[in-house]
Ligand binder design. Structure first.
Ligand code: HEC
Ligand code: HEC
Length: 197
């Protein structure tokens, strides 16, 4: 608990103090093209099932995620090495760049079953109010998840349920805590096909 509180305090400090600074999205684009596009796709739209898209993601969430990888609070075989060398300014520039892009589009169609059961399940499990309303486009530090890749969503929900995914405030671990495999499959199917501007 103490570790979680400490992480929370430093993130808040980072987010609040830093929003007063101006970040350079052009510098962010150059860094992204060099170091991130290989996996996250050119323009932040991923072509790889297990890699999330970043185009149009909330800036606060991108900062939070990079900070968590860098601090080792969100374990990731692939991201750890890339986040380790980023300065606070790099993180701000990258967040300014990616959050300013037009959001990614869904890469698949929702199945008939998930189209009918998904909206009520997402509402019932409180995904909707936290993730920015029925369009699930995120808010503040809560990520946009609409149209994100299905394999990635499924993997993240399983990690939260197993309590092994970095989780800034513990909310997602509780949200996924009593989700069945079927719930997770249904939610990932529905959310990954959801088209939100
Ligand atoms: C070798 C491939 C690879 C490279 C290069 C890479 N990433 Fe990632 N990134 C991943 C993977 C895979 C994930 C998903 C986390 C996981 O499963 O480990 C991820 C996750 C993220 C996330 C969290 C997104 C979310 O929705 O939670 C952010 C932000 C991110 N990367 C930014 C960057 C930035 C910025 C760079 C360049 C400095 C970069 N990545 C370079 C593979 C990569
Ligand atoms: C109380 C608020 C809250 C609720 C309820 C909630 N979430 Fe989240 N969710 C968050 C926050 C905050 C994060 C970022 C956590 C972090 O990275 O530390 C997150 C992260 C995620 C991620 C990871 C996204 C990424 O890009 O890595 C997924 C997927 C997700 N939520 C799906 C859901 C689903 C599906 C539900 C409903 C079952 C749900 N969430 C309910 C707040 C919430």
């Amino acid at each position: 608990m103490t570790a979680v509180r400490l992480a929370l305090v430093s993130i808040c400090a980072l987010l609040l103090c830093r929003t007063a600074w101006t970040y350079d999205s052009e510098a962010g684009r150059q860094k992204a093209d060099k170091a991130c596009a290989l996996c996250h796709g050119k323009g932040g739209v991923s072509q790889q099932p297990s890699v999330p898209s970043l185009a149009g993601q909330r800036d606060r969430y991108i900062i939070l995620a990079l900070y968590q990888f860098r601090a080792g609070n969100r374990p990731s075989a692939q991201m750890a090495q890339f986040a380790a060398s980023l300065s606070d300014d790099d993180i701000g520039d990258l967040a300014a760049y990616y959050s300013g892009l037009r959001p990614w589009r869904p890469t698949r169609k929702i199945s008939v079953e998930a189209a009918s059961a998904g909206p009520a399940l997402a509402q019932h499990k409180n995904c909707v109010p936290c993730h920015g309303g029925p369009g699930l486009s995120g808010q503040e530090h809560v990520p946009r998840i609409a149209g994100q890749r299905i394999d990635y969503l499924t993997a993240q929900l399983r990690l939260f349920r197993a309590a092994t995914r970095g989780d800034i405030d513990g909310n997602m671990t509780s949200a996924a805590n009593n989700a069945s495999d079927k719930d997770i499959d249904m939610l990932a199917d529905y959310i990954s096909g959801l088209s939100t501007p």
